[in-house]
Write a protein that binds this ligand. Structure first.
Ligand code: PMP
Length: 386
């Protein structure tokens, strides 16, 4: 496991169930395994079989700018956005990617001029998602370069990454920079009703989504971008072509079926009455219960504080609901306590330290989206932490 401030590594506890009461609990990654229980309940309706001869070609739809995009996936993605009302998806270019992580890189490539003397500056307000700096700089590109906190940036040309609701702290965000020459990438991975009230259809230049956080199918590695400008969309597609010659058709078909099952749970007359098929309700109920347990345990420990969230009207559910972020952003308030993640580690809980997100290590991020047994063990240990 990792302790270096800019290193995130996979450990033997990643993705596994705790084998015993005193096992290591890994809540470092946001591995969304809490959704397994929902999909088990849905059962065969969301399964697919792909005949061995189907979709063997590199090409999915040569009439589309995104020629590797499976039309079924595009249809189901737009259908779901229209059902939820979280983003304008009609009349936008849809580019599919191997997770939204690949699309983030495609967007950096597309927004950076190829002939500029200096790399384009990439910024995001602190605390920012820990992958943004790492993914931006790992190949030391001549096209773009990470420059840290957006609030500290001075200048005219930049790419600002806006993550809303924000990973790690769950806050609702807007771009902090406003220059006419600036570009934005909106990472809306968590703008779904299980995590946050839907307050309107987002309509930004580039919006990134992923099945990882929507339905929990992180291993399917499927994300999509909604893009306004045709030239930007074309450059993103060019990146994908150079990087991986497209995206797995098998993953797209699986994701299409998953998205279809979610929408069907709300829209198909014969299924509508079944509460077990409503994924957003499942997610919200579970997360809201977890947040309640977390707040009680945090109070009992007297060491930490958590951000507060206002309850807001959700246009999707029609109810006033609080935000239930996928991560808990804990601040260690103990005098002289320098490293919050270290304190957790002593209790065999792996979390991600504030340093990864551009802030002090008295902050730490804890995943709220793991399986029940892992989460319950975490709460037990947290409550007894002194
Ligand atoms: N953006 C944000 C804000 C995330 O939290 C994550 C996953 N932790 C991703 C992107 C990556 O998503 P994907 O699995 O689609 O690459």
């Amino acid at each position: 496991t990792s302790t270096a401030p800019h290193e995130i590594s996979v450990s033997s506890s990643s993705g596994t169930r705790p084998a015993s009461k005193d096992a290591i609990i890994n809540l470092d990654h946001g591995d969304p395994t809490m959704f397994e229980a929902f999909w088990k309940e849905v059962g065969e309706a969301a399964d697919i079989t792909i005949p061995s001869w189907r979709n063997m070609s590199y090409f999915s739809d040569v009439t589309n700018i995104c020629w590797f995009l499976q039309p079924e996936f595009a249809r189901e993605a737009r259908r779901l956005h229209n059902l939820v009302g979280n983003a304008v998806a009609d009349d936008r270019f849809l580019v599919v990617g191997t997770g939204s992580s690949q699309l983030f890189q495609a967007a950096l490539f597309a927004l950076s001029p190829s002939d500029a003397p200096e790399p384009m500056t990439v910024v995001s307000a602190v605390p920012y998602y820990s992958s943004f700096p790492r993914v931006t700089d790992y190949l030391r590109s001549g096209l773009y370069r990470w420059s840290g906190d957006a609030a500290k940036f001075e200048g005219d040309a930049y790419i600002e990454v806006v993550c809303s609701p924000n990973n790690p702290d769950g806050s609702i965000r807007e771009a902090v920079l406003k220059s006419g020459n600036g570009k934005t990438i909106h990472d809306l991975a968590y703008y779904w009703p299980q995590y946050t009230p839907i307050t309107g259809a987002a309509d930004h230049d580039i919006m990134l989504f992923t099945v990882s956080k929507l339905s929990g199918h992180a291993g399917t590695r499927l994300g999509w971008a909604l893009v306004k400008d045709v030239e930007v969309a074309k450059k993103m597609v060019k990146f994908m072509e150079l990087n991986t010659i497209g995206v797995s058709t098998d993953s797209q078909l699986r994701a299409a079926n998953i998205l279809k099952a979610i929408s069907d749970g709300y829209e198909r007359p014969d299924l509508q009455a079944n509460p077990d098929l409503k994924m957003f309700e499942f997610g919200r109920r579970l997360l809201s219960m977890r947040w309640q347990k977390l707040r009680e345990a945090v109070k009992a420990s007297c060491i930490f504080t958590l951000p507060d969230f206002e309850a807001v009207h959700c246009e999707f559910t029609g109810e006033t609901t609080e935000t239930c972020p996928a991560f808990a952003w804990l601040k260690c308030e103990r005098e002289g306590m320098e490293d919050c993640a270290d304190l957790f580690k002593k209790h065999k809980i792996l979390v991600r330290s504030g340093g990864h997100f551009g802030v002090d290590s008295n902050y730490a991020r804890v995943s709220m989206v793991d399986r029940d047994e892992t989460f319950d063990l975490f709460i037990e240990r947290l409550a007894s932490l002194r």
